[in-house]
Design a protein around this ligand. Sequence first.
Ligand code: PHE
Length: 471
Amino acid sequence: MKKEQRGQWGSRFGFIMAAAGSAVGLGNIWRFPYLAGENGGGAFILIYLIFVVLIGMSVMLTEFAVGRMTDTAAVGSFRSIDNRWTFAGVLGVLSAFFIMGFYPVVGGWAIAYIYKSATGLLAAPDAIGDSFGAFITSTYEPLIWTAIFLFLNVVVVIRGISKGIEAAGKILMPMLFVLLIVIIGKGLTLPNAGAGLKFLFSPDFSKVNGEMLLAALGQAFFSLSLGMGCMITYGSYLKKEENLPANTFIVSGLDTLVALMAGLAIFPALFSFGMEPTAGPGLVFVVVPTIFAKMGGIGVILSLIFFIALFVAALTSSVSLLEVAASYFIDERGWSRSKAVISVATVMIVLCILASLSLGAMSEMPIPVLGVGTFDLLDILTDKIFLAIGGVLVTVFAGWFVKKEDLKNEITNNGSVSFGLFNVWYTLVKYVIPIVISIVALVGIFGIEQKAVMILGLAIIAVLAIFSKKL
Ligand code: PHE
């Protein structure tokens, strides 16, 4: 499709808000704190930051450049340069489906907690942990919230690129930012808040191992929305005169800032109340309301605001995931936008139902051979395998299959933007990043418990690569 026919971002601010909206989500606020908590805090955070700077930012710039250069979404981007690479785009579409097979479940929890915060959740602080467990393992209630969450996604994405996504991002992202500052301000004034700061910022390197490295790498990709064509797709909607390195810097900087802010919002208060940092995926949903419950009347309002923010952040991210999956059928198969979005969302709701049930009614029935439930399967497949391999693919593709000149012209807008780090970036993309990711992936596979899932993931990628021409 020609540039004029594709949707375009209405303004630079709108693009940054939408791309940052994609990046900032449950990954920052739900997942980053609990991963940091489980992996001992400071060392994990430091390694995460190194991966963001060394790998994440370069991959993001690569994705923006490839997307804008080819003017098409993920699959078309790869195909238009070299059709043997179509599978790399299709892998991204598959990642979008798989992430959207559990993301709306957690997004649904966030909506539920807006409602619960307003209707007496905080009245019995000691029961908050148990009530979270009872809620996510129940059969119907989480499914209703998940369906509401996914429905809202469908509405935003059907309304089209600049109208829907941009309008949502513009209002909601700045709101989230302000809310986090308010919560941090409150948390830091609590007694013993310093223990939380120490946990976050003083690294204990005895905690470092292969599994943790892969977790930090996967989290960097997940949080920055990389390795699955999302930023390629968003880049394809970006105007030719936009400065790609500047946009990369702002979007990845904002994402990292929000993750650290989420840590700051949670851990000082958590330590102040003498709770455990290793509470796992329930961390945000149990710890935050408990903290607020102990604050009296204002706590109810803060909790309400917090879960609105979490919901908003989740929505602007899942909208981008739905967009990646839908744009494959729009661009590659010629479907209408509404047909594509509704079909894609139908598959997603089925995955979500299985994912949600796997935490409760079906928790005693893990998938044979793999030994995990649907929720964990989709999570591990994407976060620990597909995104990182997607990162290797896009960097190898750009480094070895796209002309250096073309990349330089794209990134510097034909010489009108100066980017002094071009050669550093190019070396990272061509050699360093593929090698570093491969090493981390290898040590991670050896370290991880769920080996069967890792093997399945690699097998899926191999099958896609073999049948690439048919995709
Ligand atoms: N980055 C989003 C988050 O942190 C999740 C996401 C991953 C969105 C991949 C798009 C692509 O929640």
